[in-house]
Design a protein around this ligand. Sequence first.
Ligand SMILES: [Cu+2]
Length: 459
Amino acid sequence: MNPRRNFLRASAAGLFGAALVSRGQAASLPEAPLRDKPDMAPPLEPSNGRPYQPVATLNGWTLPWRMKNGWKEFHLVAEPVRRQIAPGMTAHLWGYNGQSPGPTIECVEGDKVRIFVTNKLPEHTTIHWHGILLPNGMDGVGGLTQPHIPVGRTFVYEFEMKKSGTFMYHPHADEMVQLAMGMMGFFVVHPRDPGFMPVDRDFVFLLNAFDIEPGAYTPKVSTMLDFNLWCWNSRVFPGIDHFVVRKDDRVRIRFGNLTMTSHPIHMHGYDFEVTCTDGGWVREAARWPEVTVDVAVGQMRAFEFVASEPGDWAIHCHKSHHTMNAMGHNVPTMIGVDQRGIVRKLIDLVPEYMVMGERGMADMGEMEMPLPDNTLPMMTGAGQFGAIEMGGMFSVVKVREGLARNDYRDPGWYRHPKGSVAYALRDGARAPAAARASAAKKGGRVVRARKPGNGTHRH
Ligand SMILES: [Cu+2]
């Protein structure tokens, strides 16, 4: 989590100022800050306007604004970007201000907001402000409520925030392509009264999915269901930020789904209640306890809990294929198949042939298989007790005592109190190891499985 690195994009003002489409009062373009790092920027404390508790965007950042004559002015630039999906893989996506997803926009109920949108894509676009109540002509549906924003032009959206809540933005133009390429961002409107629904930590992210062939860089935009990268904010495990939380903080986690299928998001260690959707805050009498909340396509959910239980608690999509990375599909089930006969013949031909899947596929979390450049292992990541065997939509809620109020730095793995970790029976511990050794010997030969070492696909 490095400090934010913004730079003035001088070219945006210079190149596109003349093409500005707007009324007289919006004469000059505000700066369009850019971020090129995939780690989480610290929450952006409001420097002017009404006070609020800013959100933390997983692997993302919040867009700074300028105040002009009572309007909060933001500048989004739609453009091609390079996004590191996890260490070892970069994708060529479309996004905003240097990243996919674009920066989070934060404002306060009652704010007057003016958003400049400059189109640096190779085709036209628009932005729809999902869930926000606004004049029809500001709704951003290309052809229906406005002309499309042509390549190289800037359009201006102006509206007053009528209610607080959890929203997002995305194009309503050539959606199949522009959403599949990663164009989206989070939009949080804080309550006018800072005492309404207060929390100590407020995390946001969007669920998105890509289909990128191992070795390729650009998503296949025609894929409808069979995606191979299931992402939070265009990142997969182990590249997704951890949710670092101070013990006894009240925590809100908000997410929206812009994939093509639903995601049951499950958090370990706690029960919680959904307190907000993209339709607004949920009245207390209408809430019920959950440990998994399914978020359908196009929906947003926010849940809250008090972080009373220290630990490293898993949080993940419960569709097991969504916690795997590329090459998770088209793998035959080999469980129970005796491969011994064929293996002897194969290793004469291919000395490094590996037996896989006979006893399940957990071995793949440890094996180092030759991968093309620019893809990710299907199951990966190491914890303090070994391989985590996950990918995709998986992260960890790290609840710790004694953190500072705004400290989101990774505290490392949880130090369990003595005697509080599941343990092996003394006799039971040897059998699996012995079985493993005999399975590895095939007719007197040892099948070589390369273990993770200094491979280029890991970190
Ligand atoms: Cu899922």
